[in-house]
Write a protein that binds this ligand. Structure first.
Ligand code: HEC
Length: 115
């Protein structure tokens, strides 16, 4: 019985490894500070600053994100990232619905800190 369970776990792990993006959550839960750091890195990697500005840095194709953490609620930020056209029908912002759930959360946690 125990050996059978071990095989099932191993088979599951191999199957999981063969799928890209299978791991939806990081192995160790991220501490809040780490999450915000991760969100900052994601904002750089995803080229948010190719369109937005924060504290005088970045571009001005989209609105300045200074104070966005005060202006918008978590749900609005989530909506903007998932379906920008849901908020602005003719939005020029691409959807970031493709990022993984924990990355999505890190990015929103980070945006909420922008004063
Ligand atoms: C190609 C340019 C472009 C890129 C890249 C882009 N955005 Fe935007 N973003 C916009 C535009 C334009 C708007 C204005 C509203 C709209 O069109 O949806 C906007 C609106 C927003 C808003 C709402 C601001 C407000 O005051 O209402 C947030 C928050 C935001 N973007 C965050 C991000 C983040 C985070 C990223 C990176 C993951 C990103 N954007 C990438 C163009 C972009």
């Amino acid at each position: 019985m125990k050996i059978r369970r071990l095989w099932l776990t191993l088979a599951n792990a191999v199957f999981c490894l063969s799928l890209a993006g299978c791991q939806e959550t990081p192995p160790v839960p991220l501490e809040p500070q780490t999450t915000i750091q991760k969100g900052l890195e994601l904002s750089q990697r995803l080229s948010c600053w190719g369109c937005h500005q924060h504290q005088g840095q970045g571009a001005d194709l989209g609105p300045n994100l200074d104070g966005v953490g005060n202006r918008l609620a978590r749900a609005e930020l989530e909506g903007q990232l998932q379906t920008p056209r849901g908020r602005h029908p003719d939005s020029r912002m691409p959807s970031f619905a493709f990022i993984r759930p924990f990355e999505h959360k890190a990015l929103v946690d980070y945006l909420l800190t922008l004063q």
